[in-house]
Each structure stands twice: as C-alpha cells, then as structure tokens.
Design a protein around this ligand. Sequence first.
Ligand SMILES: [Zn+2]
Length: 343
Amino acid sequence: MTGMMQGIRYPFGKNTPDDGLVASVMQGIRWLRMPLPFVLNHVNLWLIEDGHGWSCIDTGVTWDKGKAIWKEVLKTHPLNRQIVTHCHPDHVGLSGWLQQQTGAPLWMTQGEYLSAQAHINQIGNCSIPAMLSLFKRHGLDDTRLAALQKRGNAMKAGCPVLPETYHQMREGDRINIGGFSWEVIIGFGHAYEHAAFYCNGLNILISGDMLLPSISTNVPVAACCPDGNPLKDFLDSLQKFRKLPDNTLVLPSHGRPFIGIHERVDFLERHHQDRCDLVLSLCRQPQTACGIMPRLFERDITDAHQCQFAMGEAIAHLNYLEQQSLVKPMEKNGILYYQRTQP
Ligand SMILES: [Zn+2]
C-alpha cells in the first residue's frame, strides 16, 4: 500500500549523552542532556557555535547539580547568548544565574519573558492561590489542593532570578547564529508565546516543547485565562511545523532527536481526537475536570507536579469541547460539571 506511515526515526539510535555531558549533533551543534529533579528527568539543551563563543538554547532548572554541570560545560563552551524557548523553569530556570556567571544576554519572546516575571512574582492570577481556586472550581479534592499549596511557587524555586532585561524575539525573526539563519516559529497552547527555531540551511528544527517524539506536550488552561482554548491553539500551531520538510532533523527539549515531523503531527492530532472522543463519551453523565483526569491520563495522578499539568490539560479538553458546543457546563455548589449537548 502506498502512502503507508513510516513512523518517526531516531538518527542517533538509542544513544543519548550521559547526564551533564555534551555530544555532537553535527559540526558546531552540541547536545547537552541536563538532568532535572522531576519525574521528567532531563531537558535537552542545545549549544550552537557562534563566532568566538556559543549560543545556548534553554538553560535547565535551578539546582546545585545543574549549576555544577554548567560550570564544567562553560570551560569549553564560553557563552555569548542565551536563547530561551519559553517560560517554564526547566527551560528558563538558570538564565539569571548564567547571566551573572557569563554576562550572556537573554533572548526570549515578550509573552514568555513577561509571564515568567508574573509567575515568579505571583502577579494577578499568575499565582498559586488563583491556580488552586481554578482547580477547586473544576472539582479537585482538598487532599491534592493541599499538596499543591504545600508545594508553593515552583516557578520561583526553579527560576529564582531572571535577567532584568531581555532581547525580544518575534514570529518570523531570522536570528543569525554562527553564519546560519534560524527562523523563529511561535507556537501557542503549551506556554504563552513559545519560540521554536528552524534553520533552512541545515534543515534542523529546534522544537522546544512544541513537538516531542515520545510524550504528548502538556496543553494547560491557566488561571489567568480560564476560558482559554490551549488545545485548539496547540493543534493550530502544529500546522506551522507541518509546512517544514518531512526530512527535517528535529531537536526536541525532551527525548531523542528525530526525523518525521508529519508523522508526529498526525499522531498528535489523532491522540487529541481520541482523548476528546473519550471525554465526550464520559460526559453522558455530568463530569468535572478532576473526574475525567484518571481516564484521560490512564492512571491516578497523585504527585503534585503531575497533578498541576493533568488538571490544566483536563480543563483544556473540556474548554475545547465546550467551544464547539459539544459539552455544556453547569455549576453546582461552586463546582463545574460538564455534560454533552447531544445524547
Ligand atoms: Zn514547557
């Protein structure tokens, strides 16, 4: 049969650099696998040779091990610029510290820089209390609310300092790194204004968290935008990657470099369609976001860190269906229950 799906390919096989070590992707591009103290135990950072020094893509979260690894890496890779895909602490976390160590300026989009500031400083509904009241409204129980409260401001823990200024990146900007032009591709749904980078000359996409080979990107509703539709935003944003050549080498923030953008986008579209079909079938009976969470993720979510991602994404699926008029919310004792509009 022609047109059969090829599946995605991993050009480096099962090889991944050991934690904290740098491997070569190709001349002038290096892969630093940075460990993380979470269930998601690593983030990939990319170092690109840039004149007399190196530009890094993302920084890792703030903890002693991350700093110790960077101190070693900086001996052979003097940093002259930090380019950060988005505001999550595993990506932006060490940028303030790295700037203190090296002077390297931060490049970021406006949406990501300002939201990082807002979450670190707990401004408006970019705060833990606002998140807790959103989750409570969506049915989360007191035990898990208490665990999230106890965990506190994970953004500030992972990113205690942010550089005081940044250089703004915008959609379509072309950034010159070491003689190659990298185009900024903005994506929505995972974070506020996520930047990915495509180099036509090298046929490489640095995808950040927008396109991952083995896990599906988290698409959370945020407390500052409770009626947002991040699942639609994410699916719409994926179409930008579909326009790139299928043989593009993708360097993702988590997992291994891969080839097969189109297959991966197809898979993610099917995955979310399946999840939506499941939610719709559950919503024959009134359901809260908390109630659908174990079915949506096929397990009980107990860890506070995972619970934050999972609740945000459960609400996102309900908002997505509600905005297509497929489910309708009803409020009972301050809690939102969703039921399908057609039997
Ligand atoms: Zn992220």
